[in-house]
Design a protein around this ligand. Structure first.
Ligand code: ZN
Length: 495
């Protein structure tokens, strides 16, 4: 077991080193470094993959036998077996081809989006889709080819279960979406637009991250085009990035709250798990539950802003001096049908995800062709959200996920939204004073509950087990629907 742990620590170190290079690439690296950096990261990733797929690891896993169930060692063996299997199932030729195709597709997607020209991107998507379908055949599946892709991001989840989840959500929110779409949102959102000094925005965001419990001795925040959170093999160095718009408060503010949620999860994992496969968040859905909980359930709530709004007004007296708390609260919760997923409100966000899920399932099973994709996109926009994008740049070309080969990734966003409420409700049941604390800018009890029930366990439990342990039941859409109903019902006077 010691030798196996030593090899796994090497894998973790190689992956961490690759992550540091990735962080540097997205924050400080000059443009001229791209080609060299691609080689450096490919080398580290290859070395790590070679160890995981090696016959030595297979022998060490055999020798490990069946450790006592429920122990950390048992979890390490379980995850290593899965990673080893996955690493050996995909031929290295296919891994290299996917890497090459996506490296070429990403800049092509950027150009196609800039020109709003889908045919420019189509051959790349065609190629990537073919490789994904080939990968699915190697990985294997029981019910549906999509499950093999989903399993990379959300172990144990299945297409059939997601269909039920999205159907429940669509049915549960349809009346609210209709009820809010009649309102004019420009007036409602006005307080968020105006002059917002960047340094003041940064200072305000840091103050909130600190009050949530982010530990700056084990992290830092830098600027990047796309906000993200990254860590290096353990909870000792968990970094965030954000971006600022001097004329619009929302992007930096809510990205900072969101990334702080991801970072709190990573900073809370048991340090003893560092450099093992059970370090880090349990799944993408669970990770997203933490970012959404702090961004939306806390950060778009009235108790939260009762405490922080006077401080925000003090930071931006000219822009926000005349908008009262209620006006600001309505602004950060303005709901309306929109074209762009990342700018969507809490109510319509999951409809954007449902659309992507339905389309990528159809692409993977072969019932939809790449050339028919833009029309299918627009038809689904009409069906789910009630509007048709004015062009493909704001439609089918808006996300980078398919260009970088992330098929099966989108649904984890919605799972995160649903879980954020399921976990928050469980925390509230155990600690009814959480809202009172929030009004005083205190979050220690909420964070403590999340640490105890979610964070510290890392990947020790399978996502389904962790959810059941923390909340007493499997993934459940009802708390989320209830939350949306109460919140938007009150905001828009609809039932
Ligand atoms: Zn996120």
């Amino acid at each position: 077991m010691d030798l196996l742990k030593e090899r796994l620590a090497t894998v973790s170190d190689l992956d961490s080193a690759s992550s540091v290079l990735s962080w540097d690439q997205q924050t400080y690296m000059p443009a001229g470094g791209v080609a060299g950096r691609a080689e450096q990261r490919a080398t580290l990733n290859r070395l790590s993959h070679e160890i995981l797929a090696s016959t030595e690891i297979a022998q060490l896993l055999d020798a490990a036998g069946e450790p006592e169930p429920g122990t950390d060692t048992a979890a390490i063996i379980r995850l290593t077996r899965r990673e080893h299997e996955r690493a050996t199932k995909l031929p290295s030729r296919l891994v290299a081809e996917i890497s090459r195709a996506t490296t070429l597709a990403e800049p092509a997607w950027e150009q196609a989006r800039a020109a709003s020209d889908f045919p420019m991107f189509a051959p790349h998507l065609e190629k990537i889709l073919g490789l994904q379908r080939e990968a699915v055949e190697h990985l294997g599946y029981e019910d549906h080819p999509y499950d093999a892709l989903l399993d990379r991001y959300e172990p144990g989840s299945r297409k059939a279960r997601l269909e039920t989840m999205f159907d429940d959500l669509k049915r549960g929110t349809a009346d609210m979406v209709r009820g809010t779409s009649a309102h004019s949102e420009e007036v409602r959102e006005a307080p968020l637009h105006g002059k917002f000094d960047e340094l003041k925005q940064e200072e305000f965001g840091r103050m909130i991250s600190t009050s949530f419990g982010y530990d700056w001795d084990r992290g830092r925040q830098d600027r990047a085009v796309h906000p993200f959170c990254i860590n290096f093999g353990g909870p000792g160095d968990v970094r965030m990035t954000t971006r600022f718009d001097p004329d619009w408060l929302s992007p930096a503010l809510f990205a900072t709250l969101h990334e702080t949620g991801h970072a709190l999860y990573e900073q809370g994992v048991d340090p003893a798990y560092s450099r093992t496969p059970i370090s880090g968040g349990a799944s993408l859905g669970l990770h997203e539950s933490q970012s959404r909980l702090w961004e939306n359930v806390v950060g778009r709530s009235l108790p939260f802003w009762r405490h922080f709004y006077p401080r925000l007004q003090k930071a931006f007296p000219e822009t926000l001096g005349s908008a009262d708390l209620e006006t600001f609260y309505r602004a950060v919760n303005a709901a309306r049908p929109s074209e762009i997923r990342v700018e969507a409100d809490e109510l319509t966000y999951n409809l954007h995800v449902a659309l992507r899920f339905e389309l990528e399932v159809a692409l993977i099973e072969g019932s939809l062709t790449v050339s028919d994709l833009p029309d299918a996109w627009n038809a689904k926009m009409k069906e789910h959200i009630g509007i048709v994008p004015k062009n493909d740049a704001d439609g089918v070309l808006q996300d980078s996920h398919w260009a970088i080969g992330y098929f099966g990734y989108f649904p984890t966003y919605t799972m995160g939204n649903i879980l954020s409420l399921q976990l928050f409700d469980a925390a509230l049941e155990a600690q009814p004073g959480i809202f009172d604390d929030m009004e005083h800018g205190e979050f220690g009890v909420l964070l403590g509950w999340l640490r105890e029930n979610v964070h510290r366990h890392g990947k020790k439990y399978e996502p389904d087990d962790l959810i059941e342990r923390a909340t007493g039941r499997p993934l459940d859409v009802q708390p989320y629907l209830r939350y949306l109903g109460e919140k938007f019902g009150a905001l828009y006077g609809i039932s």
